[in-house]
Design a protein around this ligand. Structure first.
Ligand code: FAD
Length: 382
């Protein structure tokens, strides 16, 4: 460890930790360290699908995602790396009458927020995307400015830019404890020694609850396994990301031609589990070949799993602890943290340095919302 004191110690080197370090350094904070127990993007970020969508059912997620899209659009110029960001749109398919009605409500709210979203009948879907089988489809929505990017590159881009601005990154360095004295954070115990600090940020995704408890901060998150697979490549022709909550699937084609796809499993039990099952592969492949017949005969080349860090209302938990001074958190993204992390990191950096946010209001996303306030659950989750 190069210094025995940092102003800000970030725990976790995924998209949240690296983006936060980048925004802190950009705003002039020159004493920042990231501690990552494994390698950068080894957590959920490096295992995710890389989808970036603004079509959400809660206003808060729409706002976070819209601000993030602005930041992704400028990523290459600002951060200095090509992350294969592509705005091919997101097609959301509904196979359920009730859900379709909700989509109409969602679109109304999304348009109020300034998002351009289309509602498509099954016939219109067929005309626009002839390679999609529309059997059983009730309705779809489409937003052209949604898209996807390569999550590994996004992490590395933020990390390198942060390092250039003076941030120290310690990989294979685990935080074992957070030192709190008289109600304030004063340091962290790491596997490579003790480091003094004024601010600690919990950006540990699936491990957020236990890292919260290191400082006595109770963050009500639980982690659930999600499996995902990739096929061999086909020539590029499928520009958008397709997703269905009632159909329980999502899929996109990478810039290299491979298809990445996944589904949720309601029977999963909480806890870190990186095993994979044949059941997942069989169920998903059979379903996807029906909706996207061109996938027939394409081979699956790899299948892995990652963790969704779920919060009680499926929206991120971001803020500053009221109990422990200097303890901040950005956790519980519930399966959509890659796409909202740039806006979250920007807002958190502002909150840490200026005591208030300048671009996105996150005040209603702190952990206090679970004590008493009525919470609105995000519905658009696979
Ligand atoms: P992580 O990437 O999990 O990083 C946390 C890091 O903290 C890890 O690297 C871990 O090693 C480190 N850490 C933990 N404890 C300690 C410790 N004590 N000391 C030091 N380091 C520690 N999101 C989207 O937006 N779009 C998608 O299409 C999408 N698809 C997904 C598909 C799957 C299969 C999965 C599993 C997730 C998906 N997500 C998606 C969700 C997304 O991956 C996460 O919300 C996001 O990556 C969270 O980023 P993070 O940086 O907060 O956490």
């Amino acid at each position: 460890i190069k210094r025995n004191h940092y102003n800000v110690c970030i725990i976790g080197g995924g998209i949240t930790g690296t983006a936060l370090a980048y925004f802190l350094a950009k705003l002039g904070e020159n004493s920042v360290a990231i501690f990552e127990k494994s390698y950068l993007s080894s957590g959920s970020t490096g295992r995710c699908a890389g989808g970036i969508r603004q079509q959400w059912s809660t206003r808060s997620n729409v706002r976070l995602a819209m601000r993030s899209v602005k930041l992704f659009e400028r990523y290459k110029e600002d951060v200095g790396m090509d992350i294969e960001y592509y705005q091919g749109g997101y097609l959301i398919l509904s196979y359920d009458e009730f859900e379709a009605q909700q989509f109409e409500q969602n679109v109304k709210m999304q348009r109020e927020e300034g998002l351009e979203v289309e509602i498509l009948s099954p016939r219109q879907v067929k005309e626009r995307f002839p390679y999609v089988n529309t059997e059983g489809l009730v309705l779809a929505t489409f937003c052209q400015t949604d898209g996807h990017a390569n999550p590994h590159k996004a992490v590395i881009g933020y990390a390198l830019a942060a390092q250039r601005m003076g941030v120290d990154i310690y990989t294979h360095t685990e935080v074992l404890g957070v030192d709190v004295q008289n109600g304030s954070v004063v340091g962290v115990e790491t596997s490579r020694g003790y480091v003094k600090c004024n601010v600690v940020v919990n950006a540990t995704g699936p491990w957020s609850r236990e890292v919260g408890m290191m400082a006595g901060v109770d963050l009500p998150t639980e982690s659930y396994r999600h499996q995902i697979l990739v096929t061999e490549p086909l020539e590029n022709f499928f520009p958008m990301m397709a997703i269905s909550f009632s159909g329980n699937f999502y899929m996109r084609q990478t810039m290299h031609g491979q298809f990445i796809m996944g589904q949720g499993d309601k029977d999963e039990k909480p806890g870190i589990n990186y095993n994979v099952t044949f059941k997942f592969e069989k169920e998903l492949v059979e379903k996807m070949v029906k909706v996207f017949p061109f996938l027939k005969n394409l081979r699956v080349i790899r299948h892995w799993s990652g963790m969704y860090n779920m919060s009680p209302d499926a929206q991120p938990i971001i803020g500053q602890s009221k109990k422990v001074k200097g303890y901040y958190y950005a956790v519980g993204y519930s399966g959509h943290g890659f796409m909202v992390a740039p806006a979250v990191a920007e807002a958190l950096a502002e909150l840490i340095l200026f005591g208030k946010t300048l671009h996105t209001d996150i005040s209603y996303l702190d952990v206090e919302r679970f004590s008493g306030r009525v919470i609105e659950r995000e519905k658009n989750v696979v």
